[in-house]
Design a protein around this ligand. Structure first.
Ligand code: SAH
Ligand code: SF4
Ligand code: F3S
Length: 500
């Protein structure tokens, strides 16, 4: 399992002192103990203490967290553990937390409270918490003081160490805390138990250097580190040979990806897309998230040149007001954003565009907000995630004096959502009668006689078709456009299937 070092952060010497105060042991006693090898014990033929244990993972937050949970799951399965569908049935429960907004924090504490009853009935039960919330000292302090029955606390930089931490708890009957402020390494080759058979997330980079003034992520995920293009290509080739048709490349700002090739050259994000476009068996490439300030002309060109790159972009704008964008530290103006959209549409006329918007950022005036409405109207988004601004302790905007009253935020939010939804519904209605290429992902959750999948433009489609289509890209005739999805039926003949 290669470990790529990226310089910088060292073993935090003060960690040991800090954790002992709370009755938790350190995960490792010295820097040497921090090797990532423990989870491979099973492969070496030795029995693991974890053999036969049942685990359950609860995941909050973004795709990054979902993918981390896939890795945790993969490591546990390599050690002989099996996944169960509820915490009640498990020997080990892991809550992978998100801290992006206050309600994410609240949901975590609510869920954590419920695990206490399981622990009371079964003292051998192990409760573990990890993820972005655990990268904040005030949260760790709260867990230690109010939820002392939590057995393992670990962070976003040492997921690979989780099997070792679990073994320590079983062996030494001690609670363990191991959280690093940042990490200089990328651990390659960790297993992952994929959530989906035909599509997969692939991390291309970790961390964020942007420090948007509202955002906690740079504090919870550390500084940017890019994986090498060879490591990414090898992973994508492996996935493709295992039946994966679509990969989503993950990074907080994929546009600032800078990988180092084996020969020491820099590979930027557009270069990476061109290289991935060559992977045999892979049919679709997506990515998220793309920061407007770093979106290059070469990436726009890649949409035109690379068949596998889906004609879809998630391009978070956050606000339509240049004054608010400045205070958010986004480093682009309303005008620059609109120019980007124009360029994208000129190069890729059928591109679908989605976004993230924050309502009620400190100091947002009615006039600022109206600029957000008019920008959304001008861009005509296919969809948008809209958020009420949420104060995050430790971020610069939390200290801004001119916080917006909740009632004003909600009133603006509702106006924005009405505009966004009307636009989505209008756009989706225009698909009726069109034929779209859809990757059939599985049986619809709402109706087991229907299949479900996504168009190239990332629109969710429920459609009538045979189960044999699953895992293929099929032509679907769209019969209905709803606000958040489409409905349709597979056009005959199904590719690769002879007509009787
Ligand atoms: N790296 C991505 C965003 C990750 S967070 C990017 O820069 O686009 C996902 C979204 O959560 C952000 O785009 C933003 O709209 C929202 N968000 C982040 N912090 C927030 C906060 N404090 N309050 C409300 N929404 C927030
Ligand atoms: Fe947060 Fe900004 Fe980084 Fe996105 S780019 S993760 S919004 S700081
Ligand atoms: Fe993702 Fe939430 Fe962390 S959005 S990066 S899990 S704070």
């Amino acid at each position: 399992m290669p470990v790529r070092r990226h310089g910088g952060v060292k073993w935090p010497a003060e960690l040991k002192r800090a954790v002992q105060a709370g009755g938790y042991a350190c995960g490792a006693n010295t820097e040497q103990d921090l090797g990532p090898m423990v989870q491979m014990r099973k492969k070496d033929g030795n029995m693991s203490l974890l053999d036969g244990k049942k685990y359950h993972i609860i995941t909050f937050g973004c795709q990054m967290n979902e993918h981390d949970s896939e890795t945790i799951s993969g490591m546990l399965q390599e050690n002989g553990c099996g996944e169960v569908p509820s915490a009640k049935e498990s020997d080990i429960t892991i809550i992978n937390t998100c801290s992006i907004r206050e309600n994410a924090d609240k949901r975590f504490f609510g869920t954590l409270g419920q695990l206490k009853k399981i622990k009371e009935k079964n003292p051998a039960y192990i409760a573990c918490v990890c993820g972005c919330m655990m990268q904040q000292q005030h949260i760790i302090d709260t867990v230690k003081s109010k939820y002392p029955w939590v057995d393992i606390i670990f962070g976003t930089h040492n997921i690979h160490r989780f099997p070792a931490l679990l073994e320590k708890v079983y062996r030494e009957k001690q609670k363990v805390l191991e959280v690093f402020p940042d990490s200089a390494e990328i651990v390659e080759g960790l297993p992952a138990k994929r959530l989906y058979q035909h599509k997969s997330f692939v991390n291309i980079m970790y961390g964020c250097n942007n420090f948007c003034t509202y955002c906690i992520v740079p504090y919870t995920r550390g500084r940017e580190k890019s994986r090498s293009p060879e490591d990414i290509l090898a992973e994508v080739r492996r996935l493709a040979s295992d039946g994966v048709k679509e990969v989503t490349l993950l990074g907080q700002n994929v546009n600032s990806y800078r990988g180092l090739t084996e020969s020491g050259k820099t590979c930027d994000f557009a270069d990476l897309i061109y290289r991935l476009d060559e992977v045999e068996g892979l049919l679709r490439i997506r990515f998220m998230t793309s920061h407007p300030k770093d979106l290059s002309d070469r990436l726009i060109q890649a949409y035109a040149d690379c068949d596998k790159l889906c004609n879809y972009i998630h391009l978070p704008v956050q606000s339509g007001s240049s004054a608010v964008l400045k205070r958010m530290n986004r480093k682009y103006t309303r005008g620059q954003y609109l120019e980007l959209v124009e360029k994208l549409r000129a190069a890729v006329p059928d591109i679908t565009i989605s976004t993230d918007i924050i309502v009620g950022f400190p100091g947002e005036t009615e006039a600022d907000f109206e600029e957000t409405l008019s920008l959304a109207e001008a861009v005509q988004y296919d969809s948008a995630f809209t958020f009420l601004y949420s104060v995050r302790t430790g971020t610069p905007a939390a200290e801004y004096a001119d916080q917006i009253p909740e009632a004003v935020k909600h009133e603006r939010f509702n106006r924005l959502v009405d505009l966004i939804n009307a636009c989505s519904a209008r756009k989706n209605a225009a698909y009726v009668g069109r034929t779209e290429k859809v990757l059939a992902e599985g049986v619809s959750k709402k109706n087991d006689r229907m299949l479900t999948g996504r168009t190239e433009g990332f629109k969710l489609v429920d459609f009538a078709g045979e189960k044999s289509c699953i895992g293929q890209i099929v032509d679907v005739e769209i019969t209905q456009g709803r606000t958040f999805s489409l409905a349709g039926r597979v056009k005959e003949p199904i590719p690769g299937k002879k007509k009787e």
